[in-house]
Design a binder for this molecule. Structure first.
Ligand SMILES: Cc1cc2nc3c(=O)[nH]c(=O)nc-3n(C[C@H](O)[C@H](O)[C@H](O)COP(=O)(O)O)c2cc1C
Length: 218
């Protein structure tokens, strides 16, 4: 009886391990590549709203530049040698919070990938991509999927960096892994609450150091 129980336990454990490891081809351990040309690509509502600031719109500082995500992205570029690219949609989102939520939700429900105003152009020149994004609807803004379609990130080292509200990272990391099956995505994901983003320079610096970069500045 004991032997049977042991055998069943071993089988169960193996099945769990197999299941857990089954989707990890593009998962990388904490230490990823740090050598090569770096691009910091980010999406921020502050650079993707129509500027119609009504009474409702003023409820969040996210509407004015620099947004949380832009600030985080610029911290990275100020500390390591890199280029920066702002992902911007052709048709900006409403500055009204409720209207923005509604449009973002519609896009998500219908799997729409909104058109972008510009493209990186020379993505092949980069080896390392920092993807800096906000949590939108437990996921990522749909504009990032357009960015993935337009820029081949296969074989590139990708570091994820997310600013969010109370929802945390939610499904965002899994969604990115699914969208970028051929990229090397570091398991060391940076995430920060929206209220702490602006003052997080030293936290970002520590994170970059932990990844193996040599950030400049204090
Ligand atoms: C359309 C929209 C949807 C959002 N959905 C979520 C969410 O599901 N969970 C969460 O924690 N935060 C959510 N947020 C909050 C943002 O992730 C957070 O404020 C982030 O710091 C915004 O960065 P930004 O100001 O640079 O765009 C949402 C914000 C917007 C505008």
């Amino acid at each position: 009886m004991r032997k049977t129980l042991l055998l069943v336990s071993v089988c169960l454990l193996s099945a769990i391990c197999l299941f857990a490891g089954g989707n990890s081809e593009n998962t990388q351990s904490v230490q990823g590549d740090t050598e090569g040309r770096v691009l910091v690509a980010y999406f921020s509502w502050a650079e993707n709203n129509d500027g119609n600031f009504g009474v409702d719109a003023v409820s969040t500082s996210s509407l004015t530049r620099p947004g949380n995500v832009e600030d985080l992205a610029s911290f990275i570029t100020s500390m390591i040698d890199s280029d920066i690219f702002s992902i911007q949609v052709e048709e900006p989102y409403p500055a009204n919070w409720d209207d923005c939520l509604a449009r973002a939700n519609e896009e998500r429900r219908h799997g729409e990938h909104p058109a972008l105003v510009s493209s990186v152009g020379n993505i092949e020149d980069y080896d390392i991509i920092f993807l800096v994004y906000p949590n939108w609807w437990y996921d990522i803004p749909m504009a990032l999927y357009t960015f993935f379609e337009e820029n081949d990130l296969s074989g590139k080292q990708v570091y994820l960096f997310c600013s969010h509200g109370t929802g945390g990272l939610a499904r965002s990391v899994d969604q990115i892994r699914e969208a970028l099956p051929d990229s090397l995505i570091s398991e060391n994901v940076f995430d920060i609450n929206e209220h702490q983003a602006h003052g997080s320079f030293s936290v970002v610096r520590d994170w970059l150091t932990e990844l193996g970069f040599h950030p400049e500045g204090n």
